[in-house]
Each structure stands twice: as structure tokens, then as C-alpha cells.
Write a protein that binds this ligand. Sequence first.
Ligand code: CMP
Length: 144
Amino acid sequence: KTARARSRRLDAVRAMELFHGLTDEEKSAVADRLHFTPYAAGETITRQGNTAHWLYLVTQGRVEVRTHADGLSHAVATVDGPDFFGEMALMTGEMRTADVVAVTDVECYRLDRGAFEEILQKRPEVADDMSQTIARRRVALTAS
Ligand code: CMP
């Protein structure tokens, strides 16, 4: 991979508030594990009930979180870059709680489960941060 792509991946890590407490060395190690995956407006990125393999870091653009029950689909929330999604199923070991659809063109980086778990093991404060985000998001999810 080119030096330029590598520096973009590092920018993606630096943009995430979640990773602010990591050392430069740790950020660079996370950056090495990212896969650049852009999505076009309207594309479905993941679906409710799917098995989770990735954490998604959105650097630019907006995605919508949608749940469906009894054949009805409705919007729960939007996530605007820089922010992440897909953490719930990865942390709980359950299925994806919602569909996630690109509202705009989205610049996105995926981090695989193994790399994600390594970070959480080395940096319990990242896990704590993420648990708080999950608790907050779950309120909106169950209220929807
Ligand atoms: P996961 O369940 O893995 O896949 C769907 C994702 O949608 C979920 O992780 C969260 O990242 C995201 N999500 C669910 N509910 C909300 C919410 N209320 N606000 C923002 N994002 C959410």
C-alpha cells in the first residue's frame, strides 16, 4: 500500500475521539489494520441480524441507523463522521441490532474483530468509553 494511503488511515484513527488517549505508536498500529471501504449514498452497509465482523470508522459523510419489526422499517438515529458504528454487536457478541445505510457518499474504514479486541484488551479505557456510547445508543434504539 502506498505511503499516501497509509497516512490517510492514520488520519482516520486520529479523527476518532475514541482513540485520542492512544500513543502515536498505538494509533499507527491501529491504522495498519484498517481497510478503506467507501460507500455510495443509498447503499446498505450492514443489516439487522447479520453476524458482526467489523467495526466501522466513518471519517466523512452520514449514515442512518434503521430497525425493522413487523415489516415496518424506521430510522433510529444518524451517525456523522468522524464517528464509529458497529460496536454493539462486536462488544456483545450478538447480531447487528439495526440496518446501517449510507445517506451521503461515505468515506469509511473497517477494523476487523481481532484488531478491535486487541485494542480493548490493551486499553480498557477505550472499552469503557465505548460501553458508555453503547448505553446511550441503546436508549434511542429501544425507544424507537
Ligand atoms: P451494531 O448492532 O453492531 O450494528 C448496528 C449499529 O447501529 C450498532 O452496532 C450501532 O453502532 C449503531 N446504532 C444503533 N443504535 C444507535 C443509535 N441510537 N445511535 C447511533 N448509532 C446506533
